[in-house]
Design a protein around this ligand. Structure first.
Ligand SMILES: [Zn+2]
Length: 253
């Protein structure tokens, strides 16, 4: 959705924040209608700024923005979810930072497609990272649903090489093909990494279930480790490919 001509109100979560000059801040925001956008919060670094004083990282706010020639300007900002634990707990904050970076890197500015679902997913994830006993599981859930929304949903039910139904046994996962590979096709030379059945089952469960059902699980450390290795391996592969295509476009231009 194109942003309105002059001023507009929107919920926004602050993904990134840079100091700009003496008193201003450059913000990267994520919004449900307009996706990711950059805006300037003038005077945000002055203690006396009441209108835009609360532009902390990983908070949700109701904002009034003015359209600028190049960048929009935050005219008012009222915090609606402080997510305080993310700034008080180093580990939880690091997870939030990681999720924000993934959201930033998998989206383009002013891309409205999927923005509403991404906003809700990220907002809910920040709340889970504050409250949950196992914040690592909230991160994995975020990853797999982020991939779904941005078009990289891993195929976990059928072999991505031969199309066979994936059986209840140890399998393989291909980063290049984006999904599970049966043992028969894995030995025939496609580059795939082993994935144990409990890990694959958990991925499937996360993919199709609401978080309330996933949160109730106690995930053994070895499954957690493998889940992290597989999902981050796939994400790293996708981001490298994405960077290469951005680089290619730049060189063609
Ligand atoms: Zn196969």
């Amino acid at each position: 959705m194109p942003r309105p001509e002059r001023s507009y109100r929107t919920p926004a979560i602050i993904l990134k924040r840079f100091d700009l000059g003496e008193a201003d801040r450059l913000l990267t925001l994520f919004t449900p209608l307009y996706g990711k956008l950059e805006a300037i919060a003038k005077g945000a670094r002055k203690l006396t700024s009441h209108k835009t004083g609360h532009v902390e990282l990983f908070t949700r706010a109701e904002m009034l923005l003015h359209r600028g020639r190049e960048l929009d300007i935050v005219a008012q900002s009222e915090m609606t979810a402080p997510y305080l634990a993310l700034r008080e707990d180093l580990v939880r904050g690091a997870y939030a930072n990681y999720c924000a970076e993934l959201l930033d890197r998998f989206t383009s500015s002013n891309e409205a497609d999927g923005a509403s679902r991404l906003f809700t997913l990220f907002d809910e994830t920040l709340a889970r990272l504050c409250d949950d006993a196992d914040p690592r599981l909230a991160v994995r859930y975020f990853e797999i649903h982020l991939l779904d929304i941005v078009g990289y949903r891993p195929e976990l039910s059928r072999c991505v090489i031969g199309g066979e139904t994936i059986q209840a046994e140890d399998q393989y996962f291909s980063y290049v093909e984006g999904g599970a590979v049966c043992p028969k096709d894995a030995v025939r030379g496609s580059a795939a990494t082993p994935i144990a059945m409990p890990t694959l089952k958990l991925m499937r469960h996360m993919q199709r279930s609401p978080y309330g059902q996933v949160r109730a699980l106690t995930v053994p450390p070895d499954v957690h480790d493998e889940l992290e290795r597989i999902q981050q391996g796939y994400i790293t592969h996708l981001l490298e490919r994405r960077l290469q295509s951005v680089d290619f476009i730049r060189r063609v231009r």
